[in-house]
Design a protein around this ligand. Sequence first.
Ligand code: KG4
Ligand code: ZN
Length: 354
Amino acid sequence: GQGLTVLGLETSCDETAASVVRLGPDGATVLSSVIYSQIDEHAAYGGVVPEIAARSHVEMIDTVTRQAMEQSGLDWSELSGVAATAGPGLVGGVMVGLSYGKAVALARDLPLVAINHLEGHAVSARLGAETAYPFLLLLVSGGHCQLLEVRGIGDMSRLGTTIDDAAGEAFDKIAKAMGLGYPGGPALEKLAASGDGSRYDLPRALLGRKDCDFSFSGLKTAASRLAQTCETDQDRADLADAVQKAIARQLMERTERAMKAYLESHPELVAYDAEAGTSKSGQRLFVVAGGVAANKTVRATLQKLATKYGFGFFAPPMAYCTDNAAMIALAGAERLEKGWVSDLDAVARPRWPL
Ligand code: KG4
Ligand code: ZN
């Protein structure tokens, strides 16, 4: 056949998104991906206001879904299922997309697949070049910072997580202290391009710890204090560069620990063959995903590390690093392929560890 075609819905934070993805024998094809960003509605408050987000999802979900269907060129009857984020996230927003997904499932007689948002990020690199399972994953977003061993859909185990803030949260909070807008990550990256952070000495966390956990609160406190001492635009650019390098460095150090542990428990994995250009199961494969994976310094630092340890380096196309519904549709298609569907009484979960 021509594979599975799934409508995905994403409403767990501040983007209302819908997408149609086809999963065939040669991997995933994104037929449409529509994202309505609420950033302007939250900007004045310096962060996402849950109540405003939920109301906005109610207002936009139908329009965004119809646009995604129209752009896919498909009729509703050609869909194999509907996948909706069921958590973790702002539960008021999650309920909107999940309930809308249930309505679509009922009205169009389609199976519903409730998706963990983190699982969506975990498969997002498979929306670009096909990334074979298993792989080592660094998931770095606004709400999460985790290292995971991903053996397949629904089969993942955690090697490390943050003991305080997520990396994206650190970007956002430091950017806020520096007077940059929300979301802070992209703004800070832009500012850092004209800076040289070498004169700023920022603390390094967890140096003695043998696990793969993260901590960004010390960096956040130190950088926020330094932000008050900045007088010129150059001072701010220099601090932005120092912050970006410090975050990239910690991501690299903890990922290096995870790579060593992963290789120790999987001595059978062979080095990635960069000449062949495609990934194969049984090779050392590393994926970075989530909003922070859009950061070029972070990407370059991790790519270098991956090469050093014989790993192939994979990241989602830029458009699928930050929140989107294509990754939810793909996770739904991979679950549907296994025959895993959800009941119509599936619950929305504010917290839902992988
Ligand atoms: O994955 P995502 O869209 O939402 C969550 O699931 O959290 O990630 C959003 C996070 C925000 O913290 C944002 O500042 C960060 O990703 N981010 C970046 C960049 N683009 C987005 N951080 C650093 N550099 C970027 N270019
Ligand atoms: Zn996300």
